[in-house]
Each structure stands twice: as structure tokens, then as C-alpha cells.
Write a protein that binds this ligand. Structure first.
Ligand code: PLP
Length: 389
């Protein structure tokens, strides 16, 4: 940069998304002809269903090429309200929905709309990389708690007069773990007597693989609807990452505040994506989401079978999403950190997995299984040979 010009101290103070940065490095190596197996990707490898692509194209040819209302097309907001009301058993109206350019933007707008400088937001680790950085970005303070031992007790102890929100993400990126009913009940009880928002990031709620069903906090306490911001996204549920379409549901006053903010930031989400997602959350929801779930279930099983052959690794079986979070502390060569090992894996073995450091757990690596079964086998074969060698 020219002398005298510099990036603001705010932007300098937070980290670039580690997952996107490493994924970009892997893509670059791939474009140079390196045989990369990319376990770093946070997106389905499938192309969006052709009927959704056609719906977007049809909308364009019919003239839907203009700005939409700031909070989204009323018909899409209604379709999302109906989808969530039906899946969660809690009634939402279109006015309680805002459509944004991805779930990521909806989360940012939520945090910006409710936090004052210095307010604390409680986040369990391992966490999705962007949660703490976004909290910092809007002047808040992330308070990180371990999810392993007594999470309800840890939450109860961590609450202070500055606590403004609790973020839950189930199934979780990066671990694929889901909170159990009793844990959720404990969390809700811990915050109920205080003015603490609950942000429930349900980006992966349709991708679950256990007999034990996914539970939304709202199943247990529908009255929490007035203090909960539910985050959702078309990205993973319908394999639409590039369309950039996500949403938030919450009390009308919150949605109005987020809409005001969005009006000054992006004006609206993409008009064509909105048309396609209306078809996805409505008519095609069951078909597409269950197809994806079955595909990812197979890959998860393949991944677990492959990892089980490698000595020294530990993980908790993922109940959902498409990630497995693996403890490498017993496997990396002596004198090397897991993050250094991840860099070696990428540069020398051409396997990309994301260092757990980015998710608050430095002895882990996150593997995404949004890859073909042949790639999973190839990548895990390489990993096994490296660790043996
Ligand atoms: N929340 C979680 C937990 C995620 O993993 C992601 C994406 O990786 C998002 C939100 C945001 O997704 P998008 O902005 O593509 O809707």
C-alpha cells in the first residue's frame, strides 16, 4: 500500500477465514496440476439440482433482474416461514423472516443488531471459525467454553451481566456433533431469567445420520421464539453455496433492525437465487434434502471406515453435517504441531485438511467428506502411508 495508507485497526485485529484461505491454497495447487485431495472444502461437491437452476434462469428471462424488497421477496419469506414452522412445530410468519446473501451475512447482521461494544457472546468450542471473528468485528467479546465437560455447568458459570447472546450450532461445523435434549434444556434454563439472546445456527439441520433425531431448542421451549434468532441456509441443504442465499427468523423487532442494516449494506439478496430457493424450500425440499442426506451418510461411513484403519487417531462419530474432527495429538511426528503437520500434508502429500486451531482446538484437524468415495479412499490411503512412514 502507498505510504500513509493502512488497513483499519479493526480489520487488522481479526483473522481471515482459515478454512477459506487454506481451501484457496489447495485450489491453487490443484490448478498447478498437483493431485490434491481436498478434505478442506466446506461445501457439497454436487451441482445444484437442475430444476433449481432452471427456476433461476426462468426468473431471469421473465424480468426478475431488479432489486427485490430489502428483506426478500414476500413469497420466499412466506415459504421459509412455512418450512420452519412445519419442521420446528413453532409458528412463524413471513414478517419474522429476513433473507440475506448467505447464512453468514444473516449471522453478522444479527450480531450487529443486538450487541453493544464490550457485550459478551458465549460460544462453545470447537466452534465454526467465523463466530468469534464476527463477534469481534462488531465490537463484542467472544467467551469461549469447552463443549466436552459439563457444558451446562460451564455456561452457568460463564454468564455475567455483560452476556448478551449464546450461540449454538447443531449439528456442528467442525465436529458434526449435536447437542442432546438434556443439554439444550440445561442451556435454556441457564439463560431464561436473563436478557440473553439465543442464536441457533441450524445450517446443517437436515443433514443428520443418527437414530436419535435432531432437536431444536424451540422444540423444547417454544416460548424462546421471542428471544431466538434461527439461522438457516440454502448452501448445504440444497447444494447451493454459490447462490449466496440464507435467512434468519426471529421476533419482528429484530428482523426489522436487521432489515434496516441490510438496506444500507447490500440492499437485498440476489433476485435469481431467491426465485430458485423458493422452489427448494417449498416443493422440492423433501426430495433434495433427503437425497443429499443419504449421499453424505454413505461418505461419512466410508470416512469412518478409512480412519479406523489408521493408528493413533481419535474422533467423536459425527451425527450430522459433513465434517469429522480428528484428534491427531497421538499421531503427529514428535516435535511437530498438528498445524505444521497439516501444512506438510498439503505441500508434500497433497491432502488438504483444516487445522483445528481455527476452530479453537489445536490438536485436531477437520476433514470434510464432501468428496467422492474414490477421493476419500485415495486421501485416507495417503494419510495412512504418511503416518506409518
Ligand atoms: N454457519 C455454519 C456453521 C457454517 O458452517 C456456514 C458455512 O460454512 C455458515 C453458517 C454460512 O453458510 P452460507 O453463508 O453459505 O449460508
Amino acid at each position: 500500500m502507498i505510504e500513509g495508507f493502512k488497513v483499519s485497526s479493526l480489520v487488522s485485529s481479526f483473522e481471515e477465514s482459515a478454512t477459506l484461505a487454506l481451501a484457496a491454497k489447495a485450489k491453487k495447487l490443484l490448478s498447478e496440476g498437483k493431485p490434491i485431495i481436498n478434505f478442506g472444502v466446506g461445501e457439497p461437491d454436487f451441482v445444484t439440482d437442475q430444476r433449481l437452476i432452471d427456476r433461476g434462469a426462468l426468473a431471469a428471462s421473465k424480468g426478475a433482474t431488479k432489486y427485490t424488497p430489502v428483506s426478500g421477496n414476500p413469497s420466499l419469506r412466506k415459504a421459509i416461514a412455512e418450512r420452519i414452522s412445519s419442521d420446528y412445530g413453532v409458528s412463524y410468519s413471513a414478517e419474522q423472516v429476513i433473507v440475506s446473501a448467505g447464512g453468514k451475512q444473516a449471522i453478522y447482521h444479527f450480531l450487529q443488531s443486538v450487541l453493544e461494544p464490550g457485550d459478551e457472546v458465549i460460544i462453545f468450542s470447537p466452534y465454526w471459525v467465523s463466530f468469534p471473528e464476527m463477534v469481534k468485528l462488531v465490537g463484542g467479546k467472544p467467551v469461549i467454553l469447552k463443549s466436552s465437560a459439563d457444558p451446562v455447568g460451564a455456561l452457568t458459570k460463564a454468564i455475567t451481566s455483560k452476556t448478551k447472546a449464546l450461540i449454538l450450532n447443531s449439528p456442528s461445523n467442525p465436529s458434526g456433533q449435536m447437542w442432546k435434549k438434556a443439554e439444550l434444556e440445561g442451556f435454556l434454563k441457564a439463560i431464561e431469567s436473563r436478557p440473553i439472546w439465543l442464536m441457533s445456527d441450524d445450517t446443517y439441520y437436515t443433514l443428520t445420520y443418527q437414530d436419535e433425531p435432531w432437536v431444536s431448542p424451540l422444540f423444547l421451549r417454544p416460548d424462546f421464539r421471542d428471544r431466538t434468532c434461527v439461522i438457516g441456509s440454502s448452501s448445504k441443504t440444497y447444494a447451493m453455496t454459490g447462490w449466496r442465499l440464507g435467512w434468519a427468523l426471529g421476533p419482528e423487532t429484530l428482523i426489522q433492525a436487521m432489515t434496516k442494516l441490510q438496506s444500507q449494506v447490500t440492499s437485498s439478496a440476489c433476485s435469481l437465487a431467491q426465485a430458485a430457493v423458493e422452489l427448494a424450500v417449498g416443493e422440492l425440499h423433501q426430495e433434495i434434502s433427503s437425497q443429499l442426506r443419504e449421499k453424505f451418510r454413505k461418505r461419512r461411513d466410508r470416512m469412518i471406515a478409512g480412519l479406523s484403519k489408521i493408528k493413533g487417531l481419535k474422533w467423536l462419530e459425527p451425527a450430522g453435517a459433513f465434517y469429522i474432527f480428528v484428534d491427531f495429538s497421538g499421531a503427529v511426528p514428535q516435535g511437530m504441531t498438528v498445524t505444521q503437520f497439516a501444512n506438510e500434508l498439503l505441500e508434500k502429500v497433497h491432502i488438504c485438511a483444516i487445522p483445528g486451531e481455527a476452530f479453537g482446538e489445536p490438536s485436531f484437524l477437520r476433514f470434510s467428506y464432501a468428496l467422492s468415495e474414490a477421493e476419500i479412499d485415495d486421501g485416507l490411503g495417503r494419510l495412512e502411508r504418511t503416518l506409518k512412514g
